[in-house]
Ligand binder design. Structure first.
Ligand SMILES: [Zn+2]
Ligand SMILES: [Zn+2]
Ligand SMILES: [Zn+2]
Ligand SMILES: [Zn+2]
Length: 330
């Protein structure tokens, strides 16, 4: 018997053509033929499980974990049936379809969500995601192919080199700053005016050329300058002058090595130009390093996803050293 939601009359299933199972399980709200207007007032049925052939109601109203399936089991079966429709390996139209392997990488497997035993698969928050401590606990030789290890090692070395270049650029900025401070000191000592004095220092010549600047840093003059944090620490080199007519043997401690020309054309705007260029380089280098880091993370994430799936599927792990091609361990 089922009650009409409007008139509250009771009806035999047989009389209204409704079987017992439907009446007990699938009806959300029953409206009897007398009360039904065919539009607003009609019988509403519960959403059924999305697994084909299943006639149980879906648990969409379950407050804990709403689902379009009747059960975790049917959710799992649904995903498995979907995966089974995908090719196991890349065919000729290799970019048209994901393989089963690739697709499973997009799923968040129950094993990953710790503490949720028996939970079903669903799409992951991030493809190939792994738990935070995965890389601390896993055997790298098992989780990464030889090729992946080589890619990661190379990339890390390249990032290290980029980091060293960034350090060089920062030292360039320091040297420019020292030159500016010394120029100010020279002006304070009456060697020129803030408006006119060029102040370019001959030891800025290698700034902007990484390998030459690196060599300068390792020279005794460069080492002394950076140890003292000031340009007049060691004996300055004889000044080079763009038009060649200046004091070759300037030994004035305030200005040795410094261009003393007034309104010097060849060095016009030297500090602003050099600072801008060094800062730009730092930005570029940092962006390159970030890109490499992101690419490394993608390699690691996909490897981790694959490793985890293999362990789940086979309860064993394929060691890729012997065979770098990804073969099914069957
Ligand atoms: Zn009724
Ligand atoms: Zn009846
Ligand atoms: Zn079901
Ligand atoms: Zn100059």
């Amino acid at each position: 018997m089922i009650a009409c939601d409007r008139c509250e009359d009771w009806f035999h299933g047989d009389c209204i053509g409704m079987d017992k199972y439907t009446g007990e399980n699938l009806v959300q709200k029953y409206i009897c033929p007398n009360c039904s207007d065919g539009e607003r007032h009609v019988t509403r049925y519960k959403k059924m499980c999305s697994l084909e052939g299943c006639v149980r109601p879906a648990r969409i109203y379950d407050p804990r974990e709403p689902s379009i399936f009747c059960s975790e089991e049917h959710c799992q079966t649904w995903w498995e049936q979907l995966i089974a429709t995908l090719p196991r390996t890349k065919g000729t139209n290799q970019f048209d379809f994901l393989t089963q392997e690739e697709f499973m990488g997009l799923l968040d497997t129950p094993q990953r969500r710790s503490g949720e035993k028996g939970a079903a698969w669903r799409l992951g928050d991030k493809p190939f995601g792994v738990s935070d401590d995965f890389w601390e606990t896993v055997d790298l030789k098992k989780a990464l192919t030889a090729e992946e290890r080589s890619i990661l090692d190379t990339s890390a070395a390249e990032r290290y080199a980029l980091g060293e270049e960034i350090v060089l650029c920062k030292k360039m900025l320091q040297l420019i700053d020292m030159a500016l401070k010394r120029r100010e000191a020279a002006i304070a000592a009456g060697k020129g005016t803030a408006k006119d004095l060029c102040g370019y220092d001959v030891r800025l010549d290698t700034v902007g050329v990484s390998h030459q600047f690196g060599a300068f840093l390792q020279s005794s003059a460069g080492e002394a300058i950076f140890k003292a944090g000031r340009l007049d620490a060691p004996l300055p080199l004889p000044p080079t002058n763009p038009d060649g007519n200046a004091a070759e043997n300037n030994t004035d401690p305030f200005t040795a090595g410094m261009c003393l020309k007034k309104k010097c054309k060849p060095h016009v705007g030297w500090s602003a130009i050099m600072i801008k260029s060094a800062k730009h380089s730092i930005k570029e280098l940092a962006a390159q390093a970030r890109e490499k880091l992101a690419a490394e993370a993608r390699v690691r994430d996909s490897a981790a996803g694959r490793f985890r799936r293999k362990r789940v599927e086979n309860n064993s792990v394929v060691v890729y050293d012997s065979d770098p091609a990804m073969e099914d361990a069957e």
